[in-house]
Design a protein around this ligand. Structure first.
Ligand SMILES: NC(=O)c1ccc[n+]([C@@H]2O[C@H](COP(=O)([O-])OP(=O)(O)OC[C@H]3O[C@@H](n4cnc5c(N)ncnc54)[C@H](O)[C@@H]3O)[C@@H](O)[C@H]2O)c1
Length: 434
């Protein structure tokens, strides 16, 4: 049965949920406080880069199943399901900042005229959904609603694909009525036999944090192994491949690199440490992951210095500014730490990214940006690859060699053929072997 749904927050998660649920046949209002975003989305123009999103956006606007608005009151009143997908960024102490969630709950409370299901898709600390339930009860004086925790697991860059082909849907729900409605919302996924995990609110909230903390630790593990492999002249690719052949380990997330970044792993690992502290439970493993990951980012510049000496007065091309390929998201991108450190050490930076330049400019306006990797490499002493964009995998190194004034390449993603680079006269290093 088609449901009337409001999705509050139309960023990476909310927009993908809105277009995806509209495509399932539901009637969707996407709400955001950002007027420009709403205006552009209403014209079918996404403000984020996400492969496939534009097509789904246009198709569902044209079919009149999807519209956008800044009027949260009206949208909540009109809908029976309210999905919250606003940001939960980290505070200085690592705790999740719930101010956007709180603002939304206030608006919902004023518009609970008939039974509604309030679904939290944002990543929120354990206990938040129970708090939402109590808060709405005390603000409205009734219990004419259910609160559901439905954490999101999409990967930026593959978000549309992940929405339609999720590994599992986790639903923390405590009433049969809400369970039935959640089943309706995701009915299309039953057809492809998606796993559903039905559980209580706290379990759903913790599944999200546990998953992200585990993946962040797995990345950090392989990074440390890569550092050790480098020291002992072993090859981390062969090691990772052999490890991944063990069914208990799996080959995924065993790619060494410059440290994890993005809008989720850094903030969610900090938040779970904070949650552990609140409950007096030891989260030392995750704490160490956070520390080691920061060290890994810095290690990249240290490595570069070993190859080229002091950075003072050097010109460095940085290719790949987003936190990984196929996204324009630069939140906590390893390139931020690398560029910061290069500037501190007195280097000049010439940067390129296929789509993340505008977002990176908001953080660094004093470095030079170029439209392609060749112009960014011109006259540089060293080149650092920070994100694994496909177009960098087949860099025309002959041409780059002619354009650079130096010959150093640091490939923090191991995406180039190091042997050929060396044969061409580059001093090449990946995160791999001595
Ligand atoms: N980005 C990811 O890969 C990802 C994956 C899984 C889970 N999450 C979680 O999902 C949540 C959203 O993440 P995101 O990356 O989509 O964030 P985002 O910053 O891209 O989007 C948040 C949106 O909410 C809007 N907003 C803020 N306050 C609002 C309000 N009061 N009313 C209406 N709109 C409001 C903002 O304008 C923005 O458009 C976070 O909790 C995040 O941890 C993110």
């Amino acid at each position: 049965m088609a449901r009337k749904i409001t999705v509050i927050g139309t960023g990476y998660v909310g927009l993908v949920a809105a277009v995806g649920l509209a495509d399932f046949g539901h009637s969707i209002i996407g709400v955001d406080i950002d007027e420009e975003k709403v205006q552009r989305l209403s014209q079918g123009i996404p403000l984020i880069y996400e492969p496939g999103i534009q097509e789904y956006l246009k198709r569902n606007i044209d079919s009149r199943r999807l519209r956008f608005s800044t009027d949260i009151d009206n949208a909540v009143r009109e809908s029976e399901v309210i999905i919250i997908a606003v940001g939960t960024p980290p505070k200085d102490n690592g705790e999740a900042d719930l101010s956007q969630i709180k603002a939304v709950i206030n608006s919902i409370a004023g518009n609970l005229s008939y039974y509604k299901v309030i679904v939290t898709k944002s990543t929120v600390p354990v206990g938040t959904n129970r708090w939402i339930k109590e808060e709405l009860k005390s603000k409205t004086g009734n219990s004419n609603f259910d609160v559901v925790s439905n954490p999101e697991f999409l990967r930026e860059g593959k978000a549309v694909h992940d929405f339609f082909h999720p590994d599992r849907i986790v639903v923390g729900v405590e009433s049969e009525r809400a369970k039935e409605i959640m089943g309706d919302i995701y009915r299309s996924l039953y057809l492809i036999q998606t796993h559903f995990v039905w559980c209580n609110l706290e379990t759903a909230e913790l599944i999200k944090y546990a998953g992200n903390a585990f993946l962040a630790s797995k990345i950090t593990f392989i990074n440390q192994m890569a550092n050790l492999a480098e020291a002992v002249n072993a090859d981390i690719h062969v090691i990772a491949k052999a490890m991944g052949m063990d069914g208990r380990i799996s080959p995924k997330f065993l790619h060494p690199g410059p440290g994890y970044g993005g809008s989720c792993f850094p903030k969610d690992t900090k938040a779970i440490v904070q949650i552990g502290e609140n409950y007096n439970v030891d989260m030392s493993l995750i704490k160490e992951t956070i520390r080691a990951n920061e060290a890994q980012k810095i290690r990249m510049v240290e490595k570069l210095k070993k190859m080229s000496g002091s950075m003072k007065g050097k010109i460095v091309a940085v290719l790949g500014l987003s936190f990984k390929a196929e996204t324009d998201d630069v939140r906590e991108s390893p390139a931020i730490a690398v560029v910061n450190r290069l500037l501190e050490e007195g280097a000049e930076v010439q940067a390129h990214d296929p789509i993340a330049i505008e977002n990176f400019k908001k953080l660094f306006n004093s470095i030079s940006y170029f439209e392609n990797e060749f112009d960014a490499s011109r006259g540089t002493d060293a080149l650092v690859i920070c994100a694994d964009w496909n177009e960098y995998r087949n860099l025309d190194l002959e041409k780059i060699k002619e354009l650079m004034r130096g010959n150093i390449i640091l490939d923090t993603r191991n995406i180039l053929d190091g042997e050929s680079a060396r044969e061409m006269g580059f001093v090449y290093a990946g995160v791999r072997r001595k």
